[in-house]
Write a protein that binds this ligand. Structure first.
Ligand SMILES: [Zn+2]
Length: 430
């Protein structure tokens, strides 16, 4: 009993120390930082677009100066007096995915990015860094925030769009807050959206580890209205005016559905307290996309809606890589180089397998592990060849997984552990 009390005391003490630390440096407000990422395959640049301030901070209040995975970039808040890192987060971006396409060799393009960070109490520096898949520096930019800067736009947090909580397990301070956002639904179609949002929410929390940690999440459905029904399908010549301007054919890939109007997404959500985005598109065309700490966007009326929404959230929340691979190379073919270890936790080139799931395989496991039917059924952890869009030299942890195909019924044990770690990182002090 004494031991238990002591344990409880230690837990409590560390939690309150963290809370104190948060309050020492930050207000209960969100600083929204809008950037433009631009350039080409050889040269990149980050430019500040606008700063704005919103009441309340829904993000994490623990592990403030830590990141769970490297990602393709990092945003930091630094105390200029001491050089201390006050807050850190990692991310990936559509811009960096585009940089490995052929188009980026001969064209300059710009992409929007938005970060929600806690508002510092005093003058602070913000440093944003972009890294390629091998971890090399692409570009970095540092700028100073002065809390009384007249040009920090004050956004009215009372003017929230219509919304409905699908799951509420605690305050936005304690819980991880997911917003499910309507795209391509007219005012008359909001009942359909709410039904789709419930389906997405129920499906996600059927999966481990989301299911065992469900009490740590809030989910809100946001009824952002579109002028027209459906989304833009350029391959069919269809362009529609919708809430967040999404379209298929991203990088000329028919099933890749994204939006470059990232600032607009956040404009439309002002007044909602959220950290992660699942955008549902009102269409039966197959497709989707998920970008780590940016957004999940997927189509709600395709028969594969349920597995795909969970898969994409595996990217945008869980920082997971794709475990699938093709014989025919497409725009993703140059994503990874085989002489570097990718940062995603569920694929490996074996360059640094110790940093991955080496501790989860049985001694004497054959590499590559033969993908037998029994191993497929049991989700036996091994080192199976093929993953990250590459057939040879890239390995995945299980024969099938939610991150590989639509037939899998769960995340493989390695993906489950990776997602569990991110949930814990967001909600408990390490
Ligand atoms: Zn997996």
């Amino acid at each position: 009993m004494k031991k238990l009390l002591f344990l409880l005391y230690t837990l409590f003490a560390s939690a309150s120390l963290q809370a104190q630390e948060f309050d020492q440096w930050f207000c209960d407000k969100t600083l929204r930082v809008d950037y433009i990422f631009s350039g080409n395959a050889t040269q990149q640049m980050v430019s500040l677009d606008e700063l704005s301030l919103i009441d309340g901070w829904a993000g994490r209040r623990v592990n403030l100066d830590k990141i769970p995975v490297r990602g393709n970039g990092e945003i930091k808040i630094i105390d200029p007096a001491s050089g201390k890192t006050l807050y850190r987060n990692s991310f990936s971006s559509l811009f960096q995915e585009w940089l490995v396409t052929g188009e980026a060799k001969s064209l300059n393009k710009s992409f929007e990015a938005t970060f929600l960070i806690p508002m510092p109490r005093a003058k602070a520096d913000i440093e944003i860094t972009l890294l390629d898949n091998e971890g090399h520096l692409q570009t970095t930019m540092r700028h100073t925030i002065t809390p009384d800067d007249a040009l920090i736009r004050k956004r009215d947090s009372k003017a929230a769009p219509h919304h409905e909580y699908l799951m509420k397990n605690g305050s936005t301070k304690e819980c991880i807050d997911i917003a499910i956002v309507a795209e391509g639904y007219t005012t008359e179609e909001m009942d359909i959206f709410l039904r789709d949002a419930r389906t997405a929410c129920d499906e996600l929390f059927r999966y481990e580890p989301f299911s065992q940690y469900r009490k740590r999440f809030n989910v809100v459905a946001v009824m952002t209205e579109s002028e027209m029904s459906g989304v833009s399908v350029p391959q069919e010549g269809e362009w529609r005016s919708t809430a967040i301007n999404s379209n298929f054919m991203t990088f000329y890939s028919p099933r890749y559905l994204t939006t470059n109007s990232v600032h607009l997404i956040h404009d439309r959500l002002t007044g909602i307290e959220y950290e992660h985005l699942i955008i549902l598109a009102n269409t039966d065309t197959y497709g989707g996309g998920g970008i780590y700490n940016s957004y999940t966007l997927t189509t709600a009326h395709h028969k594969q809606f349920k597995p795909v929404v969970v898969h994409e959230f595996g990217h945008s929340f869980g920082a997971l890589g794709d475990e699938y691979f093709y014989d025919e190379p497409d725009h993703t073919a140059d994503t990874y180089k085989l002489d570097y270890e990718p940062w995603e936790q569920n694929i490996t080139t074996l360059v640094d397998f110790k940093s991955k799931w080496a501790d989860m395989i049985k001694p004497n496991t054959e590499i590559p592990t033969p993908p037998t039917e029994k191993r497929q059924k049991d989700y036996t952890v091994g080192v199976y060849e093929g993953g990250g869009y590459i057939t040879k030299g890239m390995y995945r942890p299980a024969v099938v997984c939610r991150m590989r195909d639509n037939e899998a019924t769960q995340f493989c044990p390695v993906c489950q552990r990776a997602i569990g770690r991110i949930i814990e990182y967001n909600t408990e002090q390490e």
